[in-house]
Design a protein around this ligand. Sequence first.
Ligand SMILES: [Zn+2]
Length: 301
Amino acid sequence: MKKTVQKIIYVIVIIGCFIYLNQNEIKRFYDHYIDNHKVELKNLSKDEFFQIQFIDVGQGESIFIENNKKYVLVDAGNNKDGNKLVKYFQELGIDSFQYVIGTHAHEDHIGGMDNIIRTFPINHYYMPSPTVDNMTYQGVIKALQDKNIKLETPNIDSTFQVENTKFQILSITDDEEDLNNTSIILKVSYYNTTFLLMSDATEEIERNLLEKDINSDVLKVSHHGSKYSSIAQFINKVHPKYAIIQVGKNNDYYFPHKVTLDKLERIGSKIYRTDLNGTIIITSNGNDLQISTKKTDTNQE
Ligand SMILES: [Zn+2]
């Protein structure tokens, strides 16, 4: 009997070693592959600058992207955040936006958008097609009309470029039943660094994305860390080094949910949250990322 137990232990140890060594082998191959497929960055100009800010707007989202003094804004928090965001961008010296994207027609994403539209010149304004009969949405439409800015609805898989930053629309729908499903999902690539911005995508949308090239260095986690999004297959395939959750302190939805945090921790993602860290700022040199955080007055009452 004792011998049988010993044998079983030997077998388990041998299998364990085999799996461990194989994993190392796979990782070596993967690193080698990545090294050989990195874009050469030798010719990158000294003036190149790329930064993405996940702005702390409490229970809402606002993401600001800058490359060589050209600017893109994805969402603008709640109604109460509009003036604070305008002031924040003015203090940063922003004079106009190349693209402004309202990912979907919920207040925590487009609430402050009318203030942005009325203050800054905007070259392109993107939003999904479903119209909504509430003050927030109508306020955005009125501001666009007053400023003579066209509301554009991009096609799925369409791309645009701002300086050396590439943007791909991975998902957009016209599902009027669930506005979260309409969310404009963006993959942002700056040379060899990638950012996946999931807005309030549901499990259904994440499943649709599994066949696409979603592996990214940074994941802006779906729907403020809700347990109804961030399915395991999706998180595993994106496999982000850094996971960002835009979420308010003591919010009514108990976001972010523990199961989501557990899934991210299990794959070794470092988690940053606006409720704990404030505004999260990531700078890229095309290969490596630097992360800093700061408390901003965009989340003061
Ligand atoms: Zn939201």
